[in-house]
Design a binder for this molecule. Structure first.
Ligand code: DGY
Length: 327
């Protein structure tokens, strides 16, 4: 029996490649350059498995160009880069990497929250620029974190993990989501369900944890930003388009809110010049899940999904049910 083939569109941690290589003949785009659909299709000829990253656009066009592909394993929990309906209709499995990055992403959300409140980016730039000429009582004053109100938009795995961390800071925790969480979970996380208007009005820190869907695009726009406290901070580790960036830049410039910590942008890797000009924004290059251990686990889960598929099993973290096997 010939070994099945897999194409990995960019470099991923070796842990995942080694796992895949136990079962597949693996080709990896070692240049780590983002490939277009035609280039992916060319490299994926004869491949049953395609391992993608969130920078790849996986749509009906790409899948039509890759007729042998039966599973796309996206190395990310978010899969807004994938047209799942197109894959399902073509009999292609789509899998993501949930769970393993929850705590790491929650850690980063907290790091960003604290960096934003206490102006760590500005402070570091001051030292590196040789502008630290001595302690000053009014120098780089920020906002306190402890005892404040943390608002969570989205109360899935990552939102809950962020809520749990707030306990140590003795914060009041509010959340909003499509549905109220079970009471036991609310007790465990010390979180109170509120509507969006209350969340906006009462949060000192608003942290976004919703997936990017048509209904969450620009979830935070001008009217929402104007409804927040002028002392509040916005933290985004979910997806950039959840915020209307032009409105956010206006809010930061005009003082509708005090600051923002962003790990994601509306048009990555482009960052709006208006945001770059805002000293009250801490800007990170989408590193939410970027710990060595977590990235290894993400790559390994992607490999496990591909392996399960060739064994005739359901990929363990599939997000769809293909209507029929691909011919
Ligand atoms: C994801 O997994 O969706 C993150 O954005 C990257 O880890």
């Amino acid at each position: 029996m010939p070994r099945p083939k897999a194409f990995v569109t960019r470099v991923i941690p070796e842990a995942g490649i080694e796992r895949l290589a136990g079962v597949f003949d693996v080709d990896v785009n070692r240049d780590d350059r983002q490939l277009g659909a035609a280039e992916i299709a060319q490299r994926a000829q004869g491949c049953q498995a395609l391992v993608t990253l969130l920078t790849d656009r996986v749509d009906g066009n790409l899948l039509d160009l890759c007729p042998d592909v039966r599973i796309v394993a996206n190395v990310a929990v978010g899969y807004d880069n994938v047209d799942v309906a197109a894959a399902t209709a073509r009999g292609v499995w789509i899998a993501n990497t949930p769970g393993v990055l929850t705590e790491t992403t929650a850690d980063l959300a907290w790091a960003l929250l604290m960096a934003t409140a206490r102006r760590l980016g500005e402070a570091e730039r001051c030292v590196r620029a040789g502008k630290y000429h001595g302690w000053g009582i009014l120098m780089l004053l920020g906002g306190d974190v402890h005892g404040k109100t943390l608002g969570l938009a989205g109360f899935g795995r990552i939102g809950q993990a962020v809520a749990k961390r707030a306990r140590g800071f003795e914060m009041r925790v509010l959340y909003t989501d499509q549905q109220r969480a079970p009471e036991a979970l609310e007790r465990e996380t010390n979180a109170t369900f509120v509507d969006k208007a209350t969340l906006l009005a009462e949060s000192d820190f608003l942290s976004l944890h919703v997936p990017l869907l048509p209904q969450t695009r620009h979830w935070l726009g001008e009217s929402e930003l104007r409804a927040m406290k002028p002392t509040a901070y916005v933290i985004n580790t979910s997806r950039g388009p959840v915020i209307d960036e032009a409105a956010l830049a206006a809010a930061l410039r005009s003082g509708w809110i005090a600051g923002a910590g962003l790990d994601v942008f509306e048009r990555e890797p482009e960052v709006q010049p208006e945001l770059l000009a805002c000293e009250n924004a801490v800007l990170l290059p989408h590193i939410g899940s970027a710990s060595i251990e977590t990235r290894d686990r993400m790559a390994t889960i992607a490999a496990d999904n591909c392996i399960a598929f060739v064994r005739g099993e359901r990929p363990p973290t599939a997000v769809n049910e293909p209507v029929r096997a691909r011919a």
